[in-house]
Design a protein around this ligand. Structure first.
Ligand SMILES: [Zn+2]
Length: 242
């Protein structure tokens, strides 16, 4: 299967891209929403994916970033230009995308951060204007119920989206789904694991059947129960190794 070939996750929700950088497309409302933009240089794949869904770039009305990491924001400036769409991100991270604040290194470990800096700095895309700064609980202005849930920990502004009609949670990197098991985010690239686990507990207050991730196959059916089991593991064992 071609990398850009869209995969239908739920009604009105598709994902484009490989396991290591998935972009989610929400249709069915007044505006087509793109969630994340993948690595820098991924424009061709995104355009092909949209085309396969019968969409042109200028059909996209809103681009939402789950967080600033370069595998999610790398193509943001190019995609914003190509689509003319508004750009939304949690208010905690807007200054990173606009370039007012230097792009942080994703590795909390100082040695890894220092060693990776020359490479990581080149992975970020160019700065981009932010039109909409999101806060916890905000509903996106897209003509269907899509709620922003602030889930800090992986990064300070990490945000999940809950699409009510299809009972789908778009989790970005707030969760992983490896080897058939729901897990917390990777501690290697998570700023604050305690906070990330608190955010996972917060997600259990919401109602969903399906979870889309930034880097893994979707979890279809029984997603809320899987999250509940993860919360129990965290409560019983303390921090879960991711
Ligand atoms: Zn990330």
């Amino acid at each position: 299967m071609r990398l850009w070939q869209p995969v239908e996750v739920a009604r009105g929700i598709h994902q484009i891209g490989p396991h290591w950088a998935r972009v989610t497309v929400i249709t069915g409302g007044r505006e087509v929403v793109l969630v994340d933009t993948g690595w820098k240089g991924g424009m061709g794949m995104l355009k092909s994916g949209l085309k396969a869904l019968g969409l042109a770039p200028d059909d996209v009305g809103l681009i939402v970033l789950t967080h600033y990491h370069p595998d999610h924001s790398g193509s943001l400036n190019r995609m914003a230009e190509a689509t003319g769409a508004a750009v939304a991100v949690h208010s905690e991270e807007a200054s990173i995308l606009t370039g007012e604040e230097a792009c942080p290194n994703p590795f909390p470990n100082r040695l890894l951060a220092a060693a990776s800096r020359p490479v990581v700095d080149r992975l970020y895309g160019l700065p981009c204007a932010v039109d909409l700064e999101l806060a916890d609980g905000d509903l996106l202005p897209v003509g269907q119920r899509v709620q922003a849930i602030h889930t800090p920990g992986h990064t300070r502004g990490s945000t999940c989206l809950l699409v009510a009609d299809s009972k789908t949670l778009i989790a970005g990197d707030a969760l992983q789904y490896r080897f058939g098991k729901l897990r917390p985010p990777s501690r290697l690239v998570t700023q604050d694991m305690r906070q990330a686990e608190e955010s996972i507990r917060k997600l259990s207050d919401f109602d969903f059947d399906t979870i889309c991730f930034g880097h893994f196959r979707p979890l279809r059916g029984g997603a809320k129960e899987a999250l509940s089991r993860l919360c129990h593991r965290i409560a019983a064992n303390g921090p879960v190794r991711a």
